[in-house]
Design a protein around this ligand. Structure first.
Ligand SMILES: [Zn+2]
Length: 454
């Protein structure tokens, strides 16, 4: 039935109700206009010892940033301009950096709920877990994240709650349920046959894949995530094998791009990486068994690698306390050494890198560990910082608004003591966080400085 005809009929039958509705809408618009007229626009001046500019890849001494509302108004150096009524935040000798970006998080789940324990967590509960983790992530200096994979669209709810100002957290792009084959890494194979349980993103064959892409977009996905190969935390699949066929991947990527969505692909096996790159995906997540041919293809197609390297180091240290299911322990023994070797090779070859942490497989808020982990595997500190700022912004399609402290961009910035180019581990101890011009953390507070906090 045509919705337009039904709607017009309803309006004719309900003219009184319609006039109240329309009056209410007009009145609401009037209130918004008045509220915007009288709302004072805050001006904040931030001063620091140095500023990292990821576009130029260098430090600027004694920066002065003027922020009006939620945007950066000017960036200069030297003495602060006289801006009457402005709040001055003096960060002393600290280094100011653009708010960090993590393109691979799982905010709606916690480490430790792997395997059967995870089956008892509802989607509303997952959204609330997400609210807790969004706050931790923001306070760790990550002012933007891309969340790749959440059942029940709990990530859509979280993104919308943050945007509405109901909970504190980073800017988000979200995928909703990740797409995958029956029995694959993005399905859930924990229950026996009589439960007839499939994960929400399961789709087999080109037609079903196309439908599922449209469906996740309908319910709020900004980005499409799919599983091209097996993985570590899933039961009964093999990370060394491909899951989606090249034909399915091609349809998935074409439909996503046609509808204006980028595609992030979980891919471990060499063949799955290469087929996904040929299908035109925007990023390879993990890329554990990336080989020379895969590296060449990624360079040719300008595909981003999201290496998720911090978990490799974190699990080496913490695996015994994690009470992991046996299949996870078995697979990670193969994955960790291969990943370290192949990531280092990809970095040496100059594959473009965007920072992603896989936070959620280990505790949230440790995301800054990804910077030193990538340096450990061969990136320079400058390259590591670029991967978590300008590169990540480009992958998300938001290079015009985040990823650098430049005029006209959102006022998202962080500060650390000292110089992170000489001590990269400082980035795991962020002491100042501003998102949208609002200060969420300031442990530097010089005398005579004032802050607008909430
Ligand atoms: Zn992940």
């Amino acid at each position: 039935m045509d919705f337009g005809i039904r709607c017009r009929g309803w309006l004719r039958r309900n003219t009184f109700a319609a006039s109240i509705l329309l009056f209410g809408i007009a009145n609401t618009f009037a209130q918004i206009a008045i509220a915007e007229d009288v709302k004072p626009v805050q001006t904040v001046v931030v001063r620091a010892g140095r500023l990292f500019d990821p576009v130029a890849g260098r430090m600027l001494d004694r920066p002065v940033i003027v922020i009006v509302g939620n945007k950066i108004n000017s960036v200069s150096n030297g003495n602060p301009p006289s801006t009457s009524g402005a709040t001055l935040i003096d960060l002393g000798d600290a280094t100011l950096l653009p708010g960090f970006i993590d393109v691979h998080t799982h905010l709606t789940s916690d480490a430790g709920s792997f395997g059967y324990e995870g089956l008892g967590i509802s989607s509303p509960r997952a959204a609330l877990i997400g609210a807790k983790n969004a706050r931790l992530t923001l306070l760790a200096g990550f002012t933007t994240v891309r969340n790749v994979g959440a059942e029940g669209y709990s990530d859509v709810a979280l993104r919308d709650a943050i945007n509405a100002g109901d909970v504190i957290g980073p800017r988000m792009q979200v995928s909703g349920p990740p797409l995958g084959i029956t029995g694959g890494h993005c399905d859930n194979s924990l229950l026996p046959f009589e439960f007839h349980h499939s994960a929400e993103g399961v789709a087999d064959g080109p037609d079903a894949v196309m439908h599922r892409v449209r469906e996740v977009i309908k319910y709020g996905a900004d980005v499409i995530k799919f599983c091209a190969s097996g993985g570590v935390f899933s039961k009964g699949d093999n990370p060394l094998l491909e899951q989606y066929s090249p034909e399915e991947m091609k349809v998935l990527v074409e439909e996503s791009h046609r509808l204006g969505r980028k595609v992030a692909t979980h891919a471990h096996s060499a063949i799955s990486i290469k087929d996904a790159v040929r299908a035109g995906v925007d990023s390879i997540e993990h890329g554990i068994f990336l080989d020379d041919e895969g590296i060449a293809l990624m360079k040719e197609h300008n595909t981003f690698l999201v290496p998720t390297s911090y978990p490799l180091f974190w699990f080496e240290e913490n695996e015994p306390q994690m009470h992991l299911p046996p299949w996870v322990i078995e697979k990670s023994a193969i994955i960790i050494p291969a990943a370290k070797k192949n990531m280092a090779k990809a970095f040496r070859a100059g594959v473009r890198v965007a920072l992603g942490t896989d936070a959620g497989v280990y505790p949230h808020g440790l995301n800054g560990g990804e910077f030193w982990s990538m340096v450990e595997l061969g990136l320079t500190p400058t390259q590591a910082l670029q991967s978590g700022t300008v590169n990540a912004a480009e992958l998300m399609g938001w290079a015009d608004r985040i990823g650098a402290i430049r005029e006209g961009m959102f006022a998202d910035m962080v500060a650390v003591k000292g110089n992170p180019l000489t001590d990269i581990r400082q980035l795991q101890h962020v002491q100042f966080v501003m998102k949208d011009g609002v200060v969420y953390k300031n442990e530097i507070a010089e005398p005579n400085s004032a802050t607008h906090t909430r």
